[in-house]
Design a protein around this ligand. Structure first.
Ligand SMILES: Nc1ncnc2c1ncn2[C@@H]1O[C@H](COP(=O)(O)OP(=O)(O)OP(=O)(O)O)[C@@H](O)[C@H]1O
Length: 306
């Protein structure tokens, strides 16, 4: 059984289409859900939890229908929201015991699970301090802990590395990986950074503007190709200059606003998104090609001279 399956899932908000005909299957293990801001990741998570109804289409999680089995889903699934949602004036222990009881655990079991979970996320020493005095990294770990306290089968983590410095990101990514390897809990984790999810995910799902771009095992994704074709709305020359300056190999492609970048390292994908965001230009597509850069050069040479 797939951990998650959607069929023709669509959700609109007025004139905005957040998800468009999304049909995807996600296996158990760690699944990375990647997309730029506004791609529809949070909308998909809320539909999977039964918090938001789709406009059309169907979705199941752990074999349960997201539209009708909301209560059962919240018992078996943990959720770490993207937004700040922690009460400042209670301790991590008080908050987690409460969250455990809300999910149906008896008080003594909830206390035990709270201690274990806070130890797992590295907050055991600080567990009686009010959350308001915690650092951003500690707050993110409380959010992660409350998703785990009721011993779910699967957790949905929305942008867990948001706002963290590089060391904090690494620590959080390590914790997430261990949720799956040490406890056998499946994880779906979202980020706008493909590079960081590639490190910890068994499977990757990429969505852009509510449309599925790719769903593939990480192993297949990293050996599939070494070139990504990029199309921007304008100022491709400036985007290329920036990427070249940061060491990427870039060649122009079919149209003035399209170019290809060699993917020697997955981090180049984040560099592309970063350059596009910094220059405030629109990203129309980022598409993996089965060609090596050298082959593309060759094809262009032949087209020009042949
Ligand atoms: N309640 C809402 N009302 C109106 N528009 C919404 C609502 N929720 C989401 N949207 C729109 O739907 C699109 C997808 O949003 P969503 O939050 O799912 O994206 P995301 O990939 O999670 O991005 P982010 O990381 O910025 O949250 C966006 O254009 C957003 O503005």
């Amino acid at each position: 059984m797939q951990a998650i399956a959607t069929q023709g899932l669509t959700r609109t908000f007025g004139s905005v289409t957040a998800l468009s005909q999304l049909s995807v299957e996600m296996p158990s293990g760690v699944v990375g859900l990647v997309g730029a801001n506004g791609a529809g990741k949070s909308t998909l998570i809320k539909i999977l939890l039964g918090l938001l109804a789709p406009t059309s289409g169907t979705a199941t999680i752990l074999g349960l229908d997201c539209l009708t089995d909301g209560l059962k889903i919240r018992e078996l699934v943990g959720y770490m929201p993207e937004s700040e949602c922690l009460p400042p004036d209670v301790s991590a222990t008080e908050f987690l015991v409460h969250m455990g009881r809300m999910s149906g655990l008896p008080t003594d079991v909830s206390r035990e699970r709270t201690a274990d979970t806070l130890r797992h996320v590295g907050l055991y020493e600080e567990r009686y301090r009010p959350i308001g005095g915690y650092s951003t990294g500690m707050k993110q770990r409380v959010k992660l802990a409350q998703a785990l306290v009721h011993d779910p089968k699967l957790v949905l983590l929305d942008e867990p590395t948001n706002g963290l410095d590089p060391a904090g990101r690494d620590e959080m990514l390590g914790l997430i990986q261990r949720i799956s390897t040490d406890f056998g809990i499946s994880v779906v984790v979202t980020s706008h950074l493909l590079g960081e999810l590639e490190r910890i995910s068994d499977h990757l799902v990429v969505i852009e503007a509510g449309v599925l771009q790719r769903s593939t095992s990480t192993a297949a994704a990293t050996t599939m190709s070494s070139v990504v074709l990029v199309e921007v709305t304008e100022r491709a020359v400036e985007v290329i200059a920036r990427l070249t300056a940061s060491g990427a190999k870039v060649v122009a492609a079919e149209t003035a606003q399209t170019f290809a970048v060699e993917v020697a390292d997955e981090r180049v994908l984040d560099d592309i998104r970063g350059a596009v965001a910094d220059l405030d230009v629109g990203l129309i597509r980022m598409q993996r090609r089965r060609h090596h850069l050298a082959e593309m050069f060759q094809a262009r040479e032949e087209a020009t001279h042949g």
